[in-house]
Write a protein that binds this ligand. Structure first.
Ligand SMILES: NC(=O)c1ccc[n+]([C@@H]2O[C@H](COP(=O)([O-])OP(=O)(O)OC[C@H]3O[C@@H](n4cnc5c(N)ncnc54)[C@H](O)[C@@H]3O)[C@@H](O)[C@H]2O)c1
Length: 551
């Protein structure tokens, strides 16, 4: 490894809120796990048991942790788990009985959440705990232990949230009560109501609507964020022209926004050319578009990039609404303000910053995506989790369940959007912190180039994430367990973790050496680090290549 490395820590910024959490607190034996699991199923939200997370991380049961390492070690682990779960939105969390002891981490997990404190009569608790063979602090041979602990923690529980007595209520009834409280809190009429995430940028902000059915809210939301909008011109990827296109037109018209024919663009990357932009300018003019109107771009990242660039440059900039139709566009290309076209065989050579007025990430349109295109987007979601949400990484990697994802696509998109939004807000012009989002991408670009673009971008990013984690361990930035956990997650999601056989090392080396982000002739790499990422300078192409070879 090259001796003189420079490392710059890039801390993960605080995430904007998404859907509130539903947090269950209370003494052991009050039925938090069972009721929480059922409430999560009714709400269509993921469920997390904080003790289970701690057990998975420690690789041993709570009893064993207490026995071998002592209560203090368990409490440290519990506190870290709570802090990580506080990063998640739209999730049901059953906390351990002692969670209330961690003043700061418990407050963080409860912040903005609906908090329910489950209770039960002491004799019922004793009976339930006894049936499960006791717990570390309440042995079956100490009848006074429950009363003592209740005495110690009673005030903390009472202050944590609304009480819900489970003494005579079966878990289904408790779950129904929890669901009612959560719905009252969020004002959401039903499960699946789109989530709204606000992206702060350049002194203002714009909303991203996430979830199935978000397109139906397009006109109303547009009227809210930009009242009195004139006409809308709809630019759509030809692949979704006959499916998503009519939905968008109908919703706009029903909302009183004038719009005529849609402009179909060639599918995917082929549209990112100056000639397409010129055709769009001509069409905008023919449609009578001016700055009181709006360009509505419907498609994947390529469509949003080219329509966005046309919107940024026409009449010195007209408002833009992005309706994302690929997973990658939902979590990445639709927000952040970067718009670009390819030129002279260089991707994104000509571009600008042009924030959208509104982003719609309607996950119901993703079902028509080819599996490979869908998974390419998942690689970017994993990248986001590695950078800013260990809790998300663990949930996404949850137990495999056939072809289904461990957690719902809506939820993954919501978390990923929050993470991208946080980086955009902290560094709108991509000066330093936002470069964290290049995690895995130097490797990815080299693999793509060396394979003559036979390896799709998302698959190359997946390989790059594992390589970046390995490199991070070698330079001392990354904890040794991370490469394995990233690899396991990607494999569960059906993504590759090593470069395809036969990739020419010489071509990879040339591509790394020529990476456009190099400084002083050397590649600049982002590697994962606790609490964010590190930017590492001074590596050689050989150092980078080594991480791919060991794949
Ligand atoms: N501006 C940014 O911040 C940013 C960020 C990341 C990527 N990008 C750009 O995004 C582009 C990649 O985006 P992408 O991965 O979305 O690819 P894409 O836009 O090329 O779409 C991939 C394929 O899916 C098709 N498609 C789109 N929606 C579909 C649907 N619902 N059902 C079936 N097929 C559908 C498209 O026609 C295309 O063939 C690249 O050009 C990249 O440079 C931009």
């Amino acid at each position: 490894m090259t001796p003189a490395l420079t490392r710059t820590f890039l801390p993960a910024p605080p995430l904007p809120p998404g859907r509130p959490r539903l947090v269950l607190a209370g003494f052991m034996g009050t039925g938090k796990t069972e009721a929480g699991r059922r409430a999560a199923a009714l709400l269509g939200l993921p469920f997390v048991d904080a003790d289970e997370v701690a057990v998975r991380r420690a690789g041993r049961s709570v009893d064993e942790i207490f026995e071998r390492k002592g209560e203090a070690a368990f409490r440290r682990l519990e506190e870290q788990v709570l802090a990580d779960l506080a990063q998640l939105s739209g999730v049901v969390i059953a906390t351990g009985g002692g969670a209330v002891l961690h003043t700061e981490a418990f407050a963080a997990v409860c912040d903005g959440a609906e908090v329910a404190v489950l209770t039960a009569a002491p004799e019922v608790l004793a009976e339930r705990i006894g049936r499960s063979g006791g717990r570390p602090l309440v042995g079956t041979d100490d009848p006074g232990a429950i009363a003592r602990l209740l005495q110690q923690r009673g005030a903390l529980y009472a202050a944590a949230g609304g009480l819900l007595d489970t003494t005579t209520r079966p878990p289904d009834e408790v779950a129904a009560a929890l669901v009612a409280r959560y719905r009252r809190r969020t004002g959401e009429p039903a499960a699946g109501t789109p989530a709204r995430i606000e992206v702060a940028s350049g002194g203002g902000s714009y909303p991203v609507l996430v979830g199935a059915g978000a397109i139906e809210l397009l006109a109303a939301e547009l009227a809210r964020v930009r009242p009195g909008i004139g006409r809308a011109v709809v630019v759509v990827d030809e692949q979704v022209e006959s499916t998503v296109g009519p939905r968008v037109t109908e919703v706009l018209r029903a909302g009183g926004i004038e719009t005529r024919a849609r402009y179909p663009l060639p599918a995917g990357e082929a549209a990112k050319s100056l000639s397409c932009v010129a055709d769009l300018w001509t069409w905008f003019r023919a449609e009578g578009l001016d700055r009181t109107g709006v360009v509505v771009a419907v498609g994947g990242g390529a469509t949003l990039d080219v329509a966005g660039f046309a919107a940024a440059t026409y009449a010195r900039g007209v408002p833009l609404v992005n309706v994302a139709t690929t997973l990658l566009a939902c979590v990445d290309a639709s927000l952040g303000g970067k718009v670009a076209i390819d030129h002279d065989d260089v991707k994104n050579l000509v571009g600008s910053f042009h924030d959208p007025t509104l982003v719609v990430a309607d996950t119901s349109v993703l079902t028509s995506l080819p599996g490979r295109v869908f998974r390419a987007g998942l690689a970017e979601c994993v990248k986001a989790a590695v950078l800013a949400s260990r809790g998300m990484l663990e949930l996404v990697a949850g137990p495999p369940c056939g072809d289904e994802l461990p957690v719902r696509v809506d939820w993954i998109v919501e978390q990923s959007v929050r993470i991208k939004a946080a980086y955009v807000a902290a560094d709108p012009e991509d000066r330093l912190l936002r470069q964290s989002l290049n995690l895995g991408h130097t490797f990815a670009h080299a693999i793509e180039a060396a394979s003559d673009y036979a390896v799709p971008h998302g698959e190359a990013v997946a390989v790059g994430l594992v390589a970046a984690a390995r490199l991070g361990v070698e330079v001392g930035s990354t904890t040794p367990d991370l490469p394995g956990s990233v690899q396991g997650t990607l494999e569960r999601l059906g993504l590759p973790v090593r470069p395809p056989a036969g990739l020419s090392p010489e071509r990879v080396r040339t591509a790394v050496a020529g990476d456009k982000k190099r400084r002083a002739g050397r590649p600049v790499l982002i590697v994962p680090a606790a609490g964010g990422a590190e930017l590492v300078e001074g590596l050689t192409a050989e150092d980078v290549l080594g991480k791919l070879r060991t794949g």
